[in-house]
Design a protein around this ligand. Sequence first.
Ligand SMILES: [Zn+2]
Length: 353
Amino acid sequence: MGIATEPIGSVPRPTPLLEAMRSRAAGRISEEQFRKAEEAALQDTIARFEKTGSPVISDGEQTKPSFATYPLLGLNLAPDGVVIPFADGHTRQLPKLAAGPFRYGVHAVQFLKAAQRFAHCPVKQAVISASALSLLYPQEGLPGYSRQQFVTDLVNEARRDIRECLEAGAACVQIDFTEGRLALKLDPSGKLLESFVELNNQVLDGFGAADRAKIGVHTCPGGDQDSTHSADVDYVGLLPHLFRLKVGRFYLQLASEPDREHVLRAVRPLLPAGATLFVGVTDPISRRIETPEEVRDRVFEAAEFIPLAQLGTTDDCGFSPFADDTSTSRDTAFAKIQSRVAGTRLASETLGR
Ligand SMILES: [Zn+2]
């Protein structure tokens, strides 16, 4: 059956869709014209994804505004929320909730079902973590809507987001937890990270073992405009917390790590029995396209530390987590995905799996 290989999620949007997004924001095209542009991008993305030979695909997040903000459509928000600084000096600012109760404007199953109409192979679905969305609640509180009530609503909504995707036949559901390593940067004591893990586990407590085997978590140091927000935080500090999450699949950025052995050595004793570790073998931040042989060698390297039955491969991160991020071209993204698939196959053949 071979070593499992999966994407993380996003693929750069094609130019006509980006243009349609701008035209729509300026009120220059109809909703129907915009939907047509979305549909065309989705269909093309799925066709190109399937051509790479990837046994599991995603919708490329073509119609998400970003990996983190898709649930916020139509919500009552103020613009001045938490600011996330990136290493190259640019920032992304989250909005904050202006009134309760908190309900998702969009649930991820909508993207999954749209993709399944075109796909011939299994489709996975990424969802945003409850911990990331917990940052929406304002520091100063909200009149008539306590933080506690917000957290209860958030846990219910995050659970529903996952459950609906599983029920709709997602190959698996991946929780994007890119704020894990960032949490250690913001609070080196580890308390913030611990509270994130607790919150996400509250969501996961709503699922049994069979469901959890299909639920995974993705961690990375952030990836936007070819820059990161927390690559300077030692991975090893994150790992003991990460592996406490009650999921069966872990998607670990690794290709871009300066010392991969250091990370793999730390993972080995922590990886829960029965869980699958998908190691990143391609780097979306770098424009250079990895060769299949390079990918194969990265699998060999990981196989020295991780039992083969628990090893899979992935891309380090999405290729365009925010819709307006065009730092990587579509051609480059698909070429890297193709190398991941081919290199993983080469490794499978040699390792006899
Ligand atoms: Zn990522």
